[in-house]
Design a protein around this ligand. Structure first.
Ligand code: NAD
Ligand code: MG
Ligand code: MG
Ligand code: MG
Ligand code: MG
Ligand code: MG
Length: 339
């Protein structure tokens, strides 16, 4: 596999252009500040009255309305919520994009599923950091970087890949390493990961584990610690050392139970279910459903939020987390949706 590093990319390629970073959320705040520190002319595009306007200005950045930021730029990096991108593109981005500009993304959903159809004169590429924005910023500030994926969907200039690599360098990604991909591969694997494993899979595993223990008469407090709280210890080991490293660190009893009971909980046939989930992603069935859900005002999303908020694990969680102020939650308890 080809991996690109600092010496493969030329910062001057991106320093010669003005970059408009649209959005100042998780990714936006990191990209904009890293670009500025790398000597790239950057403006931030936001809605008038956006709560993020003051934060971007406090970081020393020039902030403009989206249409005006786009008019200024040779590179427009779209870091808006994925479900908002197509609407903003139609109204404020497309009519204002300079001839021959680059349209850039950190996730491929809207291009891959045809929600945004860029003009042929534009370059279209992606730099997708493999980490949350706060890490993209803090690693850059520490002189390091977060790895990223780079892909080109449309190469009108003939130099789209070199521009994308230069952008990746400016946000620190080539310090860690940049892996080439396609919009299809990035989008489909991202959706599959969150649906089958990281979010959809993990939350069911935790909820069923909790319910099994509580229904068998064990204290919910103990069940919470065993199936949710302790997850972090295991995930940290996986993150740092992989499956083998995690199994090396746990007790032999835990390791034997893992090998001999794991298949009973998630039998190999689980892969058939996973393949079905992947097929709905690849065929566009999931994308179509999610786009319609948004057009309808997100009734399913809201109903499921309310339903999950009533799960007994959410009643016990705040009490236990209050016993552990050292957890340093990223999200205030009042902000977390809970019935
Ligand atoms: P976010 O929700 O954190 O931030 C979105 C920003 O857009 C906010 O500043 C918000 O005020 C602004 N915004 C929302 N609607 C707007 C509108 N209509 N007009 C103008 N501004 C608007 O989003 P994020 O998590 O940074 O995601 C941005 C992109 O990065 C997405 O494509 C996402 O898939 C991708 N991405 C995110 C992560 C991550 O860790 N969060 C990682 C990799 C890629
Ligand atoms: Mg992802
Ligand atoms: Mg995702
Ligand atoms: Mg235990
Ligand atoms: Mg061991
Ligand atoms: Mg144990």
């Amino acid at each position: 596999m080809q991996v690109y590093y600092d010496h493969d990319a030329d910062l001057e390629v991106i320093r010669r252009k003005t970059v408009a970073v649209l959005g100042f959320g998780s990714q936006g705040h990191a990209h904009a500040q890293n670009l500025k520190d790398a000597g790239v002319p950057v403006v931030v595009g936001l809605r008038p009255g956006s709560a993020r306007w003051a934060a971007a200005e406090a970081a020393g950045l020039e902030v403009l309305e989206v249409a005006e930021a786009v008019r200024r730029a040779e590179v427009v990096m779209v870091l808006l919520p994925d479900e908002a991108q197509a609407g903003v593109y139609r109204e404020a981005i497309a009519p204002n994009l300079k001839e021959g500009a680059a349209l850039a993304f950190a996730h491929g959903f809207n291009i891959h599923f045809g929600q945004i159809r860029p003009r042929p004169d534009l370059d279209v590429w992606m730099v997708a950091p493999k980490g949350p924005g706060h890490l993209v910023r803090s690693e850059y500030a520490a002189g390091r970087g977060v790895p990223a994926l780079v892909a080109v969907a449309q190469d009108a200039s003939g130099s789209a890949f070199q521009t994308a690599l230069a952008y990746a360098k400016a946000i620190g990604a080539t310090r860690a390493g940049v892996i080439p991909t396609t919009f299809a591969e990035e989008t489909e694997t991202d959706l599959f990961g969150e649906q089958a494993v990281l979010c959809g899979g993990l939350t069911r595993l935790i909820a069923y584990g909790f319910e099994t223990l509580v229904e068998a008469g064990y204290k919910p407090e103990i069940a919470y610690f065993e199936v949710l709280h302790e997850m972090k210890l295991i995930v940290d080991l996986l993150y740092e050392s992989g499956l083998a490293g995690m199994r090396y660190s746990i007790s032999n009893t835990a390791e034997y139970g893992d090998y001999t009971r794991g298949d009973a909980v998630l039998p190999p046939e689980t892969k058939e279910r996973m393949r079905a989930v992947l097929q709905e992603i690849r065929s566009g069935v999931f994308a179509r459903e999610w786009i319609l859900e948004n057009q309808a005002g997100r009734p399913v999303l809201e109903a499921r939020r309310r339903q999950w908020a009533r799960h007994p694990i959410e009643a016990i969680g705040p009490k236990l987390r209050a016993m552990m102020p050292f957890l340093k939650a990223r999200i205030a308890e009042e902000e977390v949706g809970r019935a």
